[in-house]
Design a protein around this ligand. Structure first.
Ligand code: TMP
Length: 254
């Protein structure tokens, strides 16, 4: 097979040119980073689980009418996606105080928030993805007012849907981050959900015990990250056979 064209190498994923115009291949790596890549590790099998979990979430979002870039999973580590123009913003929705909001505003972690809170972060690794306000987004033209409206609407629909989906398997959706991009229907731009939705980009706590099943286990050295990710995949019913999750298993050669 001819070597595929590398389009973009990120911290946890690599993007290759897809088989048809307007498509890309999203490859999930085992790299875990935190604190703007100050902390880095390779966690055997993480990429496989994120590929399966994100497939599950995005497929369900597509089926309830929340448009995403996801087309189909190709193999253990890769999925076919629609090519989008990424909007350089991360949209975070929070249901329960944790992480940066707990620190910034002095709220005890685990405190339920009075309503879902939406925040924006400007995607720029050099700056460490700073939080920004609508004023900055408009003034610096990172997104139009219409884009921002669409992104917030998508983020809140994702929040409603995913909160229910995870609660159904005994998991509390504390917060999450999405990224969005434009596709074009003719000349008309439309905003859809892109990137991934996985325990790398969500905080997921066991409803009963409060145990963390997300990347905070790595950020805060709380144990084996794979335990939590495996628990999420198992509860969602998408856990691949354990023997093929770790890299010792069969691998596609590109
Ligand atoms: P924060 O509390 O650190 O601001 O994170 C909020 C949510 O966003 C949390 O679910 C983790 C996710 N997140 C990312 O996906 N990527 C990032 O770079 C950061 C900082 C957070």
């Amino acid at each position: 097979m001819a070597r595929r064209r590398l389009v973009y190498e990120g911290k946890a994923k690599t993007i290759y040119a897809g088989p048809e115009p307007g498509t890309l291949v999203q490859h999930f790596k085992d790299d875990a980073t935190a604190f703007n890549a100050e902390k880095h590790a390779i966690i055997d099998g993480k990429g496989v689980l994120n590929n399966f979990i994100s497939e599950y979430v995005m497929t369900h979002l597509n089926s309830v009418g929340v448009p995403t870039h996801f087309i189909r999973r190709l193999n253990m580590r890769e999925q076919l996606i629609r090519e989008v123009e990424i909007i350089p913003l991360e949209v975070v929705v929070r249901n329960v105080a944790a992480g940066s909001i707990a620190k910034r505003l002095g709220i005890e972690e685990g405190t339920p928030l009075p309503r879902p809170i939406v925040e924006y972060y400007y995607k720029d690794d050099k700056l460490g993805d700073p939080m920004v306000a609508e004023e900055h987004i408009a003034a610096f033209n990172w997104a139009t007012a219409q884009d921002l409206d669409d992104m917030v609407a998508l983020a809140l629909r994702v929040n409603d849907f995913l909160s229910g989906l995870f609660l159904g398997v005994g998991i509390k959706l504390v917060d999450f981050k999405i990224e969005c991009g434009h596709i074009y229907d003719g000349d008309i731009p439309r905003v859809i959900v892109a990137d991934e939705i996985s325990p790398d980009s969500c905080r997921l706590w066991d409803v009963k015990s409060g145990q963390k099943f997300d990347k905070d286990v790595f950020r805060r050295d709380l144990g084996d990250l794979m335990d939590g990710y495996t628990e999420v995949a198992t509860r969602l019913g998408v856990m691949p056979e354990k023997s093929i999750v770790r890299s010792g298993g069969p691998k596609l050669v590109h």
